[in-house]
Design a protein around this ligand. Sequence first.
Ligand SMILES: CCCCC/C=C\C/C=C\C/C=C/C(=O)SCCNC(=O)CCNC(=O)[C@H](O)C(C)(C)COP(=O)(O)OP(=O)(O)OC[C@H]1O[C@@H](n2cnc3c(N)ncnc32)[C@H](O)[C@@H]1OP(=O)(O)O
Length: 264
Amino acid sequence: ATKMALRAGLRSKRGLTGVAVMRMQSPPVNSLNLELLTDICIALEKLEMDKSCRGLIITSNQPKVFSAGLDILEMYGKSPEHCGEFWKAVQEMWLKFYGSNLVTIAAINGSSPAGGCLMAMTCDYRIMADNPRYSIGLNETQLGIVAPFWFKDTLMNTVGHRTTEMALELGLLYSPAEALKIGMVDQLVPEDQVLTTATEAMTKWLAIPDHARQITKSMIRKPTIDKLMSNREDDVKNFVKFISKDSIQKSLGVYLEMLKKRKA
Ligand SMILES: CCCCC/C=C\C/C=C\C/C=C/C(=O)SCCNC(=O)CCNC(=O)[C@H](O)C(C)(C)COP(=O)(O)OP(=O)(O)OC[C@H]1O[C@@H](n2cnc3c(N)ncnc32)[C@H](O)[C@@H]1OP(=O)(O)O
């Protein structure tokens, strides 16, 4: 049986029509594997074509975690062919979200490292649960891997050049308060208010005529999107070459062990 990885539907409560809520529910931590990435892309594609849909809120159904980022098991001990397919799906998710015509809001109700942070940063607006136990950031270097240029560009477009240098080189994970301070998220609210606040924020964004907002968004994001679009195949090749190295595989193995030990 196929597992429903997310739910997307159009809501009409409280006068808010044309807004879909996508809830990632891939236990235990919504790590972005091929299946979840594909489901998310298909759902977004359908919403994008649905003329009655103007906005999307993405959130998590898993407790304490928005998304643990890319599923390390998709990159560890896998064939180069598999790694290539996986990376294409990661690219596709980023391209679809970063270039979406919809108003996209991330309701970050838990930790959101690496690919989870990337996904949130593709949205137009980010609301995070004000819980100091949660963290968000691009921590790739801590795993011994390198965030590719389009992860870096997304971060730089969000928080600026100097903060990106520090954040990426040190692989920093920020508390919600720190993330708000550097502009990685836009608003903090108590955990039980993340979704309602996202809905309120959506009302403000939907008050702007779609065509004006969409053209403006495209004008700002297109150069970053074009950069990946014109380098997609090389980016896949670079990823496969990099991730297949013995030293990188070893780092990933050590990191996975650390995750398991930390739990024990
Ligand atoms: C120069 C050329 C460059 C080319 C480009 C090359 C390379 C770039 C490649 C990739 C970029 C990578 C991006 C990524 O997203 S990598 C993923 C990074 N993610 C993390 O570091 C997060 C790790 N997880 C956590 O910190 C925690 O799990 C959590 C999210 C804070 C949640 O904590 P909690 O205590 O609630 O859960 P557990 O830690 O107990 O985890 C439960 C269970 O899940 C497993 N798990 C967690 N995260 C992942 C993951 N990302 N992938 C796979 N599995 C994961 C964890 O091991 C536990 O498993 P178990 O079997 O023990 O139950």
